[in-house]
Design a protein around this ligand. Sequence first.
Ligand code: SF4
Length: 384
Amino acid sequence: MAAGGEPAWRGKQLAEAIYRQNITELGEISTWPKILRGRLVAEGWQIGRPGIAQVFQSVDGTERYLVQAGAETVETVWMPEGDEGESGDGTEAGAEELRHSPQQKLGAPGPSHLGTREANESTADRPEEKSKSHWSRATICVSSQVGCAVNCQFCLTAKLGLQRNLTAGEIAGQVVSVFARQGVEVGRDRVNLVFMGMGEPFLNYDNFMAAVRLLVKEVGLSPQRMTVSTSGIVPGIERFAQESPDVRPKLAISLNAPNDAVRAEIMPINRKWNIEAVVDAVRRVKLRPRERVTFEYVLLAGITDQPAQAREVARLVRRTGLPAKVNLIAWNPGPGIPYQMPAPAAIETFRTTLAGEGIPTYLRNPRGRDIYAACGQLKRTVEG
Ligand code: SF4
């Protein structure tokens, strides 16, 4: 607005209109004089939320969206009842909420309104449908880039390569578009955000943090209900450590291996920044009281799921000296990825071994596996 010759506070009014009042037409901004609205419309300016081009619904209630970002689409995932990813991270958004949830246990069949719907069904023709249902809390998984350059070997998004960075508006816009579809009311509903969709947020740092500031300051969300996951981009973590706690999400590190040798095999980025370098950077983040750093750990059959590796992970986590927890994720299969799902017994042994070593350990509940919405599966898969 300032660049267009208007006072800067007009920008504040514009943000208020878009993010609080959900206005999608310039002409409807009632705090503006008619002449200003008319001029901007005549100049061809538009406002609005990113459109939801396609919807895939899982039998477990999860919805995967292809959200329009210019000519591209990115993926955003809605998980009613979350996936346990927030459990035990020392904040109010964590395990405590589960106690109060009247809902079915996680992993049980999804809400009844989806009971007769086929998995993989596309409902692109009803993108703005509001389907407020019987969820007591929810998690939205947000993308930060179109594709990704990091090339984690177990991840379907990596197959796309990096196409482009999303703008701050496109990142925050995914959230407000899903809010509109689901009828989320900020301040009333418990919604957590995880920046774990397509892309590496810390390789699009400025836009990612600008989106967080929009979501905190304009939409009114708490940064303590947001978690950003990084593959270990050390310069990004160092910048993140400088952010004010007022706008700093919680931090998750995508660890996925008990040592550098295994990690470098499945995450080539480890050759640039190894585990020690990543942990050193994380130590600079000033955690809030009771806040924990999350180490995400993908279990790949025969590669990262051995009991001896669980003990090694425990030693590694202890050595960091950080208040931490481990989120285990049983690897989700995707086309063309040469790994095997871990056996249920291996998952359980790994979990109990790690927990037995005194490490707070949580098993992420795979959501939307049938619609390629689960962790590591996002690749604009329209084949379902
Ligand atoms: S796991 Fe994340 S960082 Fe790694 S390739 Fe996939 S999207 Fe990129």
